[in-house]
Design a protein around this ligand. Structure first.
Ligand code: 3PG
Length: 391
């Protein structure tokens, strides 16, 4: 009558229930409390059905119509955190696909807009520490207002949550600032080509620092990633060492963000939106003193005046756009993790980089040599192969 099936993809293991038609029988209700909060001892994943499962063997199986939510502890290469995956019934496939399509389209579009405005601002106002701080401040403010006005549900988090979040936030802050510093020195497309090499950092750190072993196809997929990034770097017309190192440091920091998230956040679960909101608030608190120390209000005031005189009043809107869109694209990406598997997410992230690289080259008329474009294409292909090999 009921079978528990187990499926696994990448680091994700989930269980689902399948049902088949019951022969007519005396109506009865079965409660299966044992299904709640099942700890899977042989797997790092944890299954817990959100509600008790009621089965009735009357002619229509009410259960089949109800949406079931299975929470899986799973993590992916870019946005590690416990996620919930909604397992939809077959009839709901089309609607679910449309919903995921919407998430992806929104995520990529917001990301493209963020990258464009971020670069426009940095071209006129080359102070990446302040622009990084403003991105986190805008997100934190938006979420605090949403919680205060009950537009968004206030997360139920305790001291242990914030404690576990701290190293994640440190790594997130470093990764964010380093990427912004990179974009202030080189073309947006170049930063994102180097950022597509993040899986290589993930595997190397896991292998050499944590002693994790991977199957051979995973190691092989690193060859095009590293080779493609190297080719793109040596053929980049406007190469700048700080820009290159910023993107590399960002990759490394985001790998550590994921490792800390995996280790510290296990067993804690908040929605994607709230998880990212808490991360933003903590990162803002960490970053602000450093931003003041590295750049400082005097430099900012002079730079601001020069940018406004150069661009006009629109400059203020550019700053607002880069800050708000930074939060929105990250929020949508974390929200989409609630809906999709880590593998789908990581493929989506690779596709996102393609949209950013292509659109920024078109908008900023970035000069690209064919050999440089080939390097980028090889690196992106490698990232795609990596996500497949991780299965
Ligand atoms: C940042 O500023 O945090 C980075 O640009 C983030 O890049 P990603 O979300 O594309 O990894």
């Amino acid at each position: 009558m009921i079978s528990l099936t187990k499926c696994s993809a990448s680091s994700l293991t989930c269980s689902s229930f399948s049902t088949r038609k019951l022969p007519p029988a005396k109506p009865q209700v079965l409660t299966l409390p044992a299904i709640n909060n099942v700890e899977q001892s042989t797997s790092p994943s944890r299954l817990c059905s959100q509600k008790p499962l009621y089965l009735s063997s009357t002619e229509s199986l009410a259960l089949v119509k109800r949406k079931r939510v299975t929470e899986c502890q799973a993590y992916e290469a870019d946005r590690s955190r416990p996620i919930e995956i909604n397992i939809e019934l077959p009839g709901e496939d089309a609607a679910q696909r449309a919903k995921i399509g919407m998430y992806f389209a929104t995520w990529w579009a917001l990301n493209v807009v963020f990258n464009i405005y971020n670069k426009k601002v940095l071209n006129a106002f080359p102070y990446p520490w302040l622009t990084s701080t403003l991105s986190l401040a805008a997100g934190s403010l938006m979420m605090l207002i949403s919680w205060a006005t009950r537009v968004a549900e206030v997360p139920k988090v305790n001291f242990d949550f914030w404690k576990a979040l701290f190293p994640v936030a440190v790594a997130h802050t470093i990764g964010h600032v380093a990427a912004t510093v990179s974009m202030s020195k080189v073309a947006v497309s170049f930063t994102h080509i180097i950022k597509s090499g993040e899986p290589a950092f993930s595997v190397l750190v896991s292998r050499f620092l944590l002693g994790e072993a991977f199957p051979m196809p995973v190691y092989l997929s690193l060859l095009p990633i590293i080779g493609g990034c190297a080719l793109a770097a040596v053929t980049e017309l406007n190469f700048n060492m700080i820009g290159f190192m910023g993107a590399m440091i960002s990759n490394l920091a985001f790998v550590f963000r994921n490792i800390f998230s995996k280790k510290g956040m296990k067993g804690m679960s908040v929605s994607g939106m709230n998880y990212y909101a808490c991360l933003s608030i903590m990162s803002l608190l960490i970053l602000t003193p450093f931003a003041i120390a590295v750049e400082g209000p005097k430099v900012w005031a002079a730079g601001w005046q020069s940018a406004v005189s150069q661009i006009g009043p629109n400059f203020v809107w550019w700053v607002a756009a880069q800050s708000v869109f930074y939060h929105l694209y990250n929020q949508v990406s974390y929200m989409s993790l609630d809906q999709i598997s880590p593998l789908t997410f990581s493929i989506g992230n690779t596709m996102k980089r393609i949209s950013v690289i292509v659109s920024s080259i078109l908008i900023f008329h970035t000069p690209v040599q064919p050999i440089n474009a080939l390097g980028a294409a090889i690196a992106i292909l490698g990232t795609f192969l990596y996500s497949q090999a991780k299965q």
